[in-house]
Design a protein around this ligand. Sequence first.
Ligand code: COD
Ligand code: ZN
Length: 369
Amino acid sequence: MEEVQVKAAVFYRPHEPLAVEELELEAPRQGEVLVRVAACGVCHSDLHFIEGLVPIASPSVLGHEAAGVVEAVGPGVESVRPGDHVVLSFIPACGRCPYCAVGRPNLCTVANRAMSRGTMLDGTPRFSRQGSPVYQMGAIGGFATRTVVPEAGCVKIREDMPLDRAALLGCGVMTGVGAVINTARVQAGSDVAVVGCGGVGLNVVQGAALAGAGRIIAVDILPHKLELARQFGATHTVDASREDPVAAVRQIAAGGVDYAFEVIGRPETIRQAFDMTRRGGLTVVVGVAPAGAEVSLPAGAFLTEKTITGSAYGGARMSVDVPRLVELYLAGRLKLDELISRRYPLEGINDAFEALRRGEVARSIVSFL
Ligand code: COD
Ligand code: ZN
């Protein structure tokens, strides 16, 4: 197979709009898959790169929340074939490293190295422009008409699952619902607080509802996000721009909640989530604060057996979790349609990021359908 031309949104430097331009895409190599992208969600993590808060290889095709149709496979690929519908994973777990071996594929050494380099598993990207490499966010680079990904980054799904909604499973839904189900293992009847109800936080809210949590307290600074959180299953809401969220949560759930999730990525809100967790409870940090940031915690609180943990990609075991989420959606038990506030063509990508920055959307998607 020959190289193909694609149109993609390319990041060159922080604080600059992405450039929508033509790139060359190499044919899939051993263990790789060429995918025609159907849709790619616009996540705040991509915005972190654009805002210069988190470093990334440059130039890079952003986008890590995508689904599409397999068009061709490289040598040795066995799990998917042309025509298959797939959700893409930004942690294409190798299956052999120590983390994979102990059942924690979201921490896979090989995939996380590829992710930090913006390459395939062999350390090189498949996009290029006039002969120079163009990197791919999360071994995906989903803001492109086509991309090449590792076979391990493809999760085959039912063909009756709409691909635009399937795309959301690739990051926001997996990260949010997974933080509740896989990382925290929230118990039925327990109290939950969610600090930050954006594209990922709303999925923490609906994950808590799925897990049968008792009180689900949504915290945000935008009233329309709190309204959405109610639709997704929040039983209480707290507007942190008007009142102290820690005091408010501790009043609603006497003494604090059993589980508090931070889904923004700021030291102050991580501290708030910890302080609203009750004795013996668990604080789960989903958001990643800017490089170099530190959080301070009251050391005395550990005497109360409080636990704080991170959650990466919702503890995803993609080949198990994605088909489960698809079934939940098709059974009417997982909200995806309600997450999609807007659809943009690839040319509208910078408007999509501007809307996300202004807090206007739950999720928007770039749609190639
Ligand atoms: N108090 C309460 N809510 C707040 C505050 C505050 N002080 N500040 C902002 N918020 C709200 C906003 O109003 C908004 O509703 C929400 O927080 C943030 O939502 P979004 O839609 O802007 O962001 P998401 O949900 O797309 O992304 C959140 C992440 C935490 C995933 C992301 O920002 C992040 O930390 N990414 C790094 C982690 C990572 O790389 N993960 C892998 C790929 S996602
Ligand atoms: Zn994301």
